[in-house]
Write a protein that binds this ligand. Structure first.
Ligand code: GLU
Length: 431
């Protein structure tokens, strides 16, 4: 299999997981691997997921006579580094290509953070907002059974991602435990604390991103006490990022969810917005701000722009018009290859996704370690260890970026990829 033509351009053979998002992940990988001069055999091995499973299965609706057929996925990108790790996403657009891209990014993310995991991801193509709690429970339990041979505390450990949460993890843990005949808390992370979840796991992605923003702000000379932030997406990551930024003295001037964007140049009242969300479950209709579109939100003048929603948000269309000094990625894959080039030329400092949102999987690692040791850490211990791992990874990435004169995404990828490539060489090929 050749992945380059005579001009050195990549010509990747089409495979089942081929899709725009997986293509982005592959191109990012190939760019960084080329700069690293990675062994060609290893380059080809890492370009594709190691194991994938697709299942179609039934989900009984609350109206007993209705049964929906749904599609579920689990992809394990690399098994070299230890068990695989990564979230499960419930979203109406989930497909094999998306899950494969997310699994590959998990590999580089775990390696960049020096966590002993390979990357994985799972997903179900449904809209969780259209489902009742009991439907979600049945769906989750059936998904777990369909993939029961793939997951396990020493094999592959799921966690929450978009559209899933601690309750979903509790159902997975319960279903898995029923199968093996005893409780196995460490089969998932991001569980409720009473079931062995870690203190601080739920806030960890946002908290970790804000630890990085503080260091990045110092590096590029932004005074957070006089800074403004715009946050796209108000799920777990966006909400906690907003909260911790506010605590750091940053004025959060705009946020958004699927329903709309909210903008107030003197700063949004986050606690009043929380009250509104309690009653309405979307941002739509909140009176204390102007309503703006997603495009307007991304192009607002601000110091920090944090995309914390879906992939493919910063593209060649809007990258020339961003008016932020720092792009802090809480989402996975929010920025296209063409946009990356523009941001680099425009000297916008990027905290790339595999670093920016790595607080989540880092706290997941802590949860797994605590479960394995059957010993629970305090919130202070979790947060101080999280801080240390985040800032060390930031330093490694920054040093690599300065030394090799590459953007922060390429630097983060190079840090992660070089580690996995070294491990692969050391393990060798069987037989
Ligand atoms: N879904 C999260 C991510 O994309 C967390 C994964 C985990 O905690 O295993 O990083």
């Amino acid at each position: 299999m050749n992945i380059e033509n005579q001009y050195g351009e990549s010509v990747i053979p089409k495979a089942e997981w081929d899709s725009p998002m997986f293509n982005l992940a592959q191109q990012q990988f190939l760019g960084a691997a080329k700069l690293l001069g990675i062994d060609d055999n290893i380059r080809k091995r890492l370009l594709f997921p190691q194991r994938t499973q697709i299942a179609s299965f039934p989900c009984r609706k609350d109206k007993y006579s209705e049964v929906e057929t749904v599609f579920g996925y689990r992809v394990q990108h690399t098994l070299t580094m230890g068990p695989t790790k990564g979230g499960i996403r419930y979203h109406e657009d989930v497909n094999l290509g998306e899950v494969s891209a997310l699994a590959m990014w998990m590999t580089w993310k775990c390696a960049l953070m020096h966590l002993p995991f390979g990357g994985a991801k799972g997903g179900v193509r449904i809209d969780p907002k259209q489902m009742s709690r009991s439907e979600l429970q049945r769906l989750t339990r059936r998904y777990t059974i369909e993939f029961v041979n793939m997951i396990g505390p020493d094999k592959d450990i799921p966690a929450p991602d978009m559209g899933t949460n601690a309750q979903v993890m509790a159902w997975i843990m319960d279903t898995y435990s029923q199968q093996v005949g005893h409780s196995v808390p460490q089969v998932v992370t991001g569980k409720p604390v009473v079931l062995g979840g870690s203190q601080g796991r739920e806030q960890a992605t946002g908290r970790g991103l804000v630890y990085l923003i503080k260091d990045a702000a110092f590096h590029i000379g932004i005074d957070l006490k006089n800074a403004t932030a715009v946050i796209q997406g108000y799920g777990n990551v966006g909400k906690n990022t907003a909260l911790f930024l506010e605590q750091a003295g940053v004025k959060v001037i705009a946020i958004s969810d699927v329903s709309c964007g909210l903008y107030n140049e003197s700063g949004l009242a986050l606690s009043a917005i929380d009250d509104h969300l309690q009653e309405n479950s979307t941002l739509q209709g909140y009176a204390g701000a102007d309503q703006i579109s997603n495009n307007e939100l991304l192009e607002l003048e601000c110091d920090i722009l944090a995309p914390c929603a879906l992939q493919n948000q910063i593209t060649s269309q809007n990258a020339p018009y961003l008016k932020c000094k720092m792009l802090a990625e809480g989402a996975n894959g929010p920025t296209s290859l063409a946009a990356d080039k523009i941001l680099w030329e425009r000297k916008i400092f990027v905290l790339p996704d595999i670093l920016g949102n790595a607080g989540g999987v880092t706290a997941s690692y802590f949860e797994w370690v605590q479960n394995t040791q059957e010993y629970a850490w305090s919130l202070e211990e979790v947060n101080s260890r999280l801080h240390k791992i985040m800032v060390e990874a930031f330093q490694r990435t920054l040093i690599r970026s300065q030394r090799d004169n590459v953007d922060m995404r390429t630097a983060a990828l190079m840090e992660g990829i070089s580690r996995v490539a070294e491990a692969k060489l050391l393990r060798g090929v069987f037989p």
